[in-house]
Design a protein around this ligand. Structure first.
Ligand code: KIV
Ligand code: ZN
Length: 387
């Protein structure tokens, strides 16, 4: 249904995110991350792939029991034992969801060696089975963006008729581009009978660096669920980053008037925790949550933000829960920034003294990549000792 502007945030950090080679999390870590996701207002948590291992089953079951608000979803292939196992794990949730999928593109159809009719029949059977267990069923045609349009419309219609309530359109290999991503959702909404009765989801991978743009384009075309992960964690180049889509719709609400239920002040906390437990550090210049995302080093920028923060910031650090300084002291810093930094550290200097400290600060900054507060305090102590 696309009659409102509320976008469902479906987080798959614990499923697609954990599928990144090397990102395995322990049982306790998964429970902790799920609790943080629930508290920040994520609508649906994809907690794992219950048939994949005993550990995944246990984590999904426990998360289902502990969640207070979020729907808890498990992933299942288009096979009856997978779907049954998934239901066994998620059924403890207040609001459980079964997510079942099958690869529908020619390349993916060749793997189980099913022709179009045989696959259509499999989809009908498995979605019907899932819907008999649970009234909240999501179905995904994996590799949808490389599936023939006629066949995609046909199988989406079958899944809707069999009872799917959310149809997810995965860009499994990060192949699409924003205009095509939007056109695909528009085409499905126009051509598939019953499409106005379900929610379309967008699930993008970042192989060409377009996952965020592709997800937002799909929403503009009528999708109302974004599948994403914290820090963009995910297979290969990752998935759409939750923090990016949520902040983009908030900061540019004027042109993307869509709302989510996310408490954005919880973003930095969960980003740091996911980085720590997954062992995947966040790149310094990563949008929203990178170490440098709100830092200014050049004199012109520092002078600008000290006078009016909006000159070089389109959102406040506090919006994502960051209460740290936005001024990085280095060789590009100017006198105004040094004066402000000294004031922060409790030093009020006259013009002459500032001039002297500034010369010595520049000499130090030429030798060091970053000048920390302790370095500046040492400069001041040195200066006091020499006068
Ligand atoms: O990328 C993908 O196609 C997936 C599916 C299982 C939804 O993660
Ligand atoms: Zn995926």
């Amino acid at each position: 249904m696309t009659d409102n502007n509320r976008v469902v945030i479906f987080d798959t950090t614990l499923r697609d995110g954990e599928q990144s080679p090397g990102a395995t999390m322990s049982h306790a870590e998964k429970l902790e991350i799920a609790q943080m996701l629930d508290e920040m207002g994520v609508d649906v948590i994809e907690a794992g792939f219950p048939i994949a291992s005993e550990g995944d089953f246990a984590a999904v079951s426990e998360i289902a029991r502990q969640a207070k608000n979020a729907q808890i979803c498990g992933l299942a292939r288009a096979q009856i034992p997978d779907i049954d196992r998934c239901w066994e794990a998620v059924k403890h949730a207040k609001n459980p969801r079964i997510h079942t999928f099958i690869g529908t593109s020619p390349l993916h159809r060749a793997i189980p060696n099913l022709d179009q009719d045989q696959m259509a029949e499999r989809i009908h059977q498995t979605v019907t089975h899932a819907r008999n267990l649970c009234d909240n069923v999501q179905w995904s045609p994996m590799d949808a963006t490389r599936t023939e349009h006629d066949y995609l419309c046909r199988v989406v219609e079958i899944a809707i008729k069999a009872g799917a309530t959310t149809i997810n359109i995965p860009d499994t290999v990060g192949y699409t581009a924003p205009r095509e991503s939007a056109d695909l959702i528009r085409m499905l909404l126009e051509r598939v009978p019953g499409a106005d009765q379900i929610i379309f989801a967008t699930h993008c991978h970042n192989d060409l660096g377009m996952a965020t743009a592709n997800a937002l384009a799909a929403v503009e075309a009528g999708a109302r669920q974004i599948e994403c992960t914290i820090n963009g964690l995910g297979e290969r180049a990752g998935n759409t980053a939750l923090e990016e889509v949520v902040m983009a719709m908030r900061v540019r609400h004027d042109i993307m008037p869509f709302d989510t239920g996310i408490d954005t002040t919880k973003i930095i906390g969960i980003s740091r925790r996911v980085a720590a437990v997954s062992g995947f550090p966040v790149q310094f210049n990563k949008a929203i949550v990178g170490k440098n995302a709100f830092l200014h080093e050049s004199g012109i920028h520092q002078d600008g933000v000290l006078k009016n923060v909006e000159t070089f910031e389109i959102m406040r650090p506090a919006d994502i829960g960051l209460n740290e300084t936005n001024i990085a002291m280095g060789k590009h810093s100017g006198r105004a920034a040094l004066r402000a930094k000294l004031a922060d550290l409790g030093y009020e200097l006259g013009d002459n003294q500032l001039k002297d400290v500034f010369v010595r600060f520049k000499a130090l900054a030429d030798r060091k990549k970053e000048v920390y507060d302790e370095d500046i305090v040492a400069l001041m102590q040195d200066s006091a000792a020499n006068t």
